[in-house]
Design a protein around this ligand. Structure first.
Ligand code: GCV
Length: 721
């Protein structure tokens, strides 16, 4: 039968029953799936311990906390847990901040409040008149909300809730996402659709997405968001847009999330009618002061500004013969009366500077140490070039002890296969955070610099360039959700292990089945090394194709700015390969503390993972494995491909643990990743082989295509530009 009505009904029905719809919902829910606890013993234990909810106070945040706990429990326990007025019945879940706890409850608390800060929480099993209850508290309502999400995590990950005594606080104050979102809803380096912010419908239309975005962020401890691109448009500071920003800020406020904006340095000219943006000009200073006042009138808890100045063509104080300190301090003075801060980026390099690009930000910023206002924090990328699959830690960390420094990680995968490659980034973040700068002797890790403990800073921060868009699953790749999740967890506590985070994420997002977790966790943990191997092994970097940064392009050498060309970075020639940043070369190694510099400076002590970052070595230089550099490089590329092949085979065995649609989605993406890993291997090896003049080792598969074929590939519409 081919009747149009029949086809129409069939189509409707197929949407109703299609697993894709189910999974689209599951994808959308991120790690807040709240699926029924499968293990019957564990589930009945939870049920016996949670009989009702007593919520103290009625602030917006407590209302959100109550709603979330009800939502979570109704899914996890598959039953409705009712709100109660008092603790007469046993096994109540009591939510309330310290000020609202009565004497009897407080008697159960020892020194726990001394152990937490303003955003911290306590989850404790207490006794009232011989009846057991669970208390979730903190010094503030936001602390309570964090406690609620962490209590739900215990259930989501099937942990015991017997005799609970948990205290926890964030170690870093500003835990923030940087959205590189433009006002036309495109997202620079965004691979998950368009921007979440529907500027056209704001301020009157509040998309449910904004609320779910806030829920997801708060559940992992993120407390700030810069909603627009660092390549900024001044229009965001006009009343027309500020009204819309205000609506978003109001939506996020109950979740403890502050809104921040990027400030285009030339805004006084572009939207203020002034002739200059010189930070020493009185009219300019007053313009920013008035602008800050206007913003704070609308958004009393506005966080402050993030600024990219005199970098990649953005305007800044240097346009007027001033410097970064002059610019940052002028803006800092404007927001200071309202408690705002300025995050000033140190991502600077210039085509007019003949020095190694890796040295330029350090050379420019370190002399300013101690000159910034108290409410300025300098935002530094994790490495000295630009979010490569692997970079040694940025030498600014440890070199500006009198200035608060915040970390900038990239969550969006600009240089790591966009949203088609499965790469678990918390492994990369952990590697950087654990790096020892030796700035105050052994143990001066990057984590201790950014949490303020090493140099005693009160204002501390960590930023992640968001990988979020309006794709149904938020991040393009289902496993890219783990990078958003993991960033939040490490922002809360930069000393956590990425393995634990991966396990929690898998349990909350997919399943608590041991076999699934073991296999898929291993796959995630290996994925970061895999991408390094098939893209940029042994310290290679910045050899991607131009502009869009998609795929390999080690041959690119014709760009106007020398330091944008991949050939600038790998320096392959018939003698060898790598960038000599040792004493005999650019001497970038000298920007590190002597203990670190000495290690990097000598090719025999330099970790092999960073070898070609710091050294230009002959093709037949022997590595620790006894093999030549050429053979080792080729084998690394092959290893990367093999790792992706084994990720594929691991995933193919997981069909029974995952819903059909998410299983297929990841399977297709892993196939793309496999194809692209081979593309990277073949293109790079064919290109470098022109210089090495050597055969590929027998373990390396022979390329099927020619170098000219790879060079001919063009991607005019690659996303994210
Ligand atoms: C927002 C790299 C990216 C740019 C980005 C810049 C930055 O150069 O390719 O898209 O601009 O970093 O971090 O400012």
């Amino acid at each position: 039968m081919n009747h149009p009505l029949f086809l129409y009904i069939l189509l409707q029905l197929s949407f109703l029953i299609a697993p894709f719809n189910m999974s689209a919902q599951e994808d959308y829910k991120l790690w807040l799936q709240y699926k029924k606890v499968q293990h019957t013993k564990i589930a009945s234990n939870y049920q016996s311990k949670i009989n009702g909810i007593v919520a103290l106070g009625n602030s917006e945040t407590i209302q959100v906390a109550t709603k979330e706990i009800q939502l979570g429990l109704s899914g996890l326990l598959d039953s409705t847990i009712a709100l109660q007025q008092n603790t007469d019945k046993e096994n109540m879940l009591i939510l309330g901040n310290k000020l609202l706890l009565d004497e009897n409850i407080l008697k159960n608390i020892k020194n726990e409040f001394d152990l937490i800060n303003e955003e911290g929480y306590i989850i404790k099993t207490i006794q009232l008149k011989n009846k057991k209850h669970i208390l979730i508290t903190g010094k503030t309502d936001i602390g309570v909300l964090y406690g609620v999400y962490n209590f739900l995590k215990l259930l989501q990950t099937n942990q015991s809730i017997e005799n609970l005594a948990i205290t926890d606080s964030p170690r870093i104050n500003i835990r923030i996402l940087n959205h590189w979102d433009n006002l036309d809803r495109t997202v620079e380096r965004g691979y998950a659709g368009f921007s979440l912010w529907n500027w056209h419908k704001l301020p009157d239309f509040i998309d449910q997405r904004y609320v779910d975005y806030a829920r997801a962020n708060t559940s992992i401890g993120i407390n700030g968001t810069v909603i627009n691109n660092v390549n900024a448009n001044a229009l965001i500071l006009t009343p027309q847009y500020l009204e819309k920003v205000e609506a978003l800020a109001k939506t996020f406020k109950p979740y403890g999330i502050k809104v921040y904006l990027t400030a285009r340095f030339s805004a006084p000219i572009e939207i203020g009618g002034l002739k200059t943006a010189d930070p020493f000009n009185t009219d300019v200073k007053n313009w920013w002061k008035e602008k800050a006042k206007e913003i704070y009138q609308r958004i009393p808890d506005f966080g402050g500004f993030l600024v990219k100045a005199n970098s990649e063509g953005q305007p800044g104080p240097q346009n007027y013969g001033r410097n970064h300190v002059d610019g940052a301090n002028m803006l800092a003075d404007a927001v200071a009366p309202f408690g705002g801060i300025v995050m000033w980026r140190a991502f600077v390099y210039s085509e007019h500077d003949v020095n190694d690009r890796a040295k330029q930000a350090y050379s420019e910023f370190v002399p300013y140490d101690g000159q910034f206002r108290d409410n300025v924090i300098v935002q530094v990328k994790n490495g000295a070039i630009d979010f490569q699959p692997r970079e040694p830690f940025h030498p600014i960390f440890g070199a500006m002890p009198k200035t608060p420094l915040m970390m900038e990680f990239q969550i969006t995968q600009e240089y790591l296969g966009f949203s088609s490659h499965l790469v678990y980034l918390p492994k990369l973040y952990q590697e950087v955070l654990e790096s020892d700068t030796y700035s105050k002797g052994k143990g001066s890790t990057v984590a201790k610099i950014i949490d303020g403990t090493l140099d005693n800073h009160k204002i501390t921060g960590i930023a992640g360039v968001a990988n979020i868009g309006n794709d149904i699953n938020w991040t393009g790749h289902p496993f890219a959700q783990a990078n958003w999740y993991g960033f939040g967890r490490l922002a809360w506590n930069p000393y956590q292990d990425s393995e634990t985070i991966a396990e929690d994420w898998l349990r909350m997002t997919f399943s608590n089945e041991k076999k699934f977790i073991k296999a898929v966790k291993e796959m995630m943990l290996e994925s970061r090394e895999a991408v390094v191997n098939y893209m940029t092994p042994l310290g290679l970097h910045h050899i991607m194709d131009t502009g869009h940064h998609y795929g390999p392009g080690p041959w690119v050498s014709n760009l106007s700015r020398p330091e944008w060309n991949p050939t600038y970075y790998h320096k392959a020639d018939t003698k060898g390969i790598g960038f000599d940043r040792s004493k005999t070369g650019s001497n970038a190694t000298a920007q590190y503390a002597p203990e670190v510099a000495n290690i990097f400076d000598d090719a025999t002590t330099c970790p092999e993972k960073d070898l070609l970052w710091f050294h230009h070595l002959p093709w037949d230089y022997k590595l620790k494995n006894g093999k030549t550099l050429w053979n080792s490089l080729a084998l690394k590329y092959q290893e990367g491909v093999n790792q992706v092949a084994s990720m594929n085979s691991t995933w193919n065995k997981m069909e029974n643990y995952v819903d059909e649609a998410r299983f297929k989605e990841v399977q297709m993406l892993l196939n793309i990743q496999y194809k692209e890993a081979k593309w990277w291997r073949d293109a790079c090896l064919l290109y470098f082989q022109q210089y090495s003049g050597k055969e590929l080792p027998k373990e390396v598969e022979k390329p099927i295509q020619t170098l000219n074929f790879f060079k001919s590939l063009k991607f005019p519409f690659a996303p994210g530009i």
